[in-house]
Design a protein around this ligand. Structure first.
Ligand code: HOZ
Length: 425
């Protein structure tokens, strides 16, 4: 097999930038991305035969680690029966039951193929349901790459310095009101000005495409109250946090009931899936019940459903979230102790199996704070970790993930590497 350098050279001649998703390209941290030839548990094996403890976890889905035997077996069994039917299938029903059982606010759900499809549909549904046009989104929140959401967006858009993508007509962008996160009065003012035309608010309740930001006390409830007052649809984008921070996502943890929720990543068990769900009264506006059109040839695909069902069932077993929280706390403690020893100004927001490291002396509460953190220091830290066998996301704007598989040795090794990398800065 070719090594990563050769593969990347070949890929760049064939694929824009050599990658099929921009965040993989190492543009922000510099250097050449490695190619992965296999992944098992917490470990990625590169085309160069380097073994890396993986804190990207395929950008969130691999909460049970890579290639989990139970998920693999479920896919294998489903595979024997066929790969796609284009008709309703029993797996979809079981998946809907699991989601509705686990996520408190969801009464009905529709499966799609990615988080982007889920958020795009949720926005259209909010507009169709309310008969209004405008939506509110927050600076640094990333909801996939649908036109009206690629404005002051996080994740790869921000990493590449392109938070307002080319190709989005100004007239589309004009329907999106973009506000700073954690500033309730900005939202209140927007409602006072445009209240009659605001179809909904969409937010990552814990923005994780700009590192990891927590809402101020009362902020989420304040948004809920404003949405209720102005009869606007509250959409929680829990593509990253759903089944990750708890079985019921941020909404369960913070005891907030959104009207719609978008999901992805973990519910596919590593195969491509997204979903949206929420109140029946709103969801029933989707075709064929209602006038809001949405469709997908591969939606509810049997292999993806089988993988996702297995992943969700595993989450329901045992003390998975306690173990993830313990490992998250172990990482936070190791890093915090080293920061104190070295005097390096940095913050490590963490909840359960999600965390990030911001090089700044100030708590990060919004996009402006995040962009002011030290990029050069982060990039040096990233490369030192990588050279020593630990892969963290190749951008200061991405959340890190831990899987249950990290327990088998990976977490201790990684904490040593994090500590050494900080000491070397
Ligand atoms: N939400 C992921 C990044 N935070 C998406 C990964 C990608 O764009 O490839």
């Amino acid at each position: 097999m070719q090594n990563s350098t050769d593969l990347f050279e070949r890929a760049q001649r064939l694929i824009p930038g050599g990658v099929n998703s921009p965040v993989r390209a190492f543009r922000s941290v510099g250097g050449t991305p490695f190619f992965t030839k296999s992944a098992q548990g917490a470990i990625l094996t590169t085309a160069d035969d380097q073994e890396l403890v993986d804190f990207v976890c395929t950008w969130g889905p691999a909460i049970h680690g890579h290639n989990h035997p139970v998920i693999r077996e479920a896919i294998g069994k489903a595979l024997e029966k066929g790969t796609s039917f284009g008709t309703p299938n029993p797996y979809e029903v079981e998946m809907a039951e699991l989601i509705i059982d686990l996520v408190p606010s969801i009464e009905k759900t529709r499966m799609v193929n990615s988080g982007t499809e889920a958020t795009m549909t949720a926005i259209r549904l909010a507009r169709g349901y309310t008969g209004r046009n405008k939506i509110i989104k927050f600076e640094g929140c990333y909801h996939g790459h649908a036109d009206s959401l690629l404005i002051k967006a996080g994740s790869g858009a921000l990493t590449l310095g392109n938070p307002d993508s080319a190709g989005v007509p100004e007239s589309f962008a004009a329907e999106t009101i973009v506000l700073p996160f954690n500033d309730l009065s900005a939202v209140s003012n927007a409602f006072e000005t445009y209240g009659d035309d605001i179809a909904g608010i969409i937010l990552e309740p814990y923005p994780a495409n700009v590192g990891l930001i927590f809402p101020r006390d009362g902020y989420l409830q304040g948004l809920r109250d404003l949405c209720s007052k102005y009869e606007s649809v509250m959409i929680f984008d829990e593509v990253m946090t759903g089944f990750r921070v708890s079985a019921g996502g941020v909404q369960e943890k913070e005891n907030i009931t959104p009207d719609l929720t978008t999901l992805g990543k973990i519910i596919g068990g590593g195969l491509p899936v997204g979903a949206l769900g929420g109140k029946s009264e709103i969801m029933d506006h989707l075709a064929p019940m209602g006038p809001v059109y949405q469709a997908g040839t591969l939606s509810g695909n049997p292999l993806a459903m089988a993988a996702g069902i297995a992943a969700l069932r595993l989450l329901k077993e045992g003390d998975c979230y306690d173990r993830l929280e313990q490992m998250g706390a172990q990482v936070r403690n190791a890093i915090s102790t080293t920061l104190q020893e070295t005097g390096i100004p940095a913050q490590i927001p963490q909840t359960g199996s999600m965390f990030c490291l911001y090089f700044t002396d100030k708590t990060v509460e919004n996009l402006d704070d995040a962009t002011q953190t030290d990029t050069e220091r982060f990039n040096k830290y990233f490369h030192t970790c990588l050279e020593n066998g630990v892969y963290i996301p190749p951008s200061k704007y991405e959340g890190n993930f831990i899987s249950t598989a990290h327990q088998q040795g990976g977490i201790d090794q990684a904490c040593d590497v994090f500590t050494q990398a900080l000491r070397s800065l």
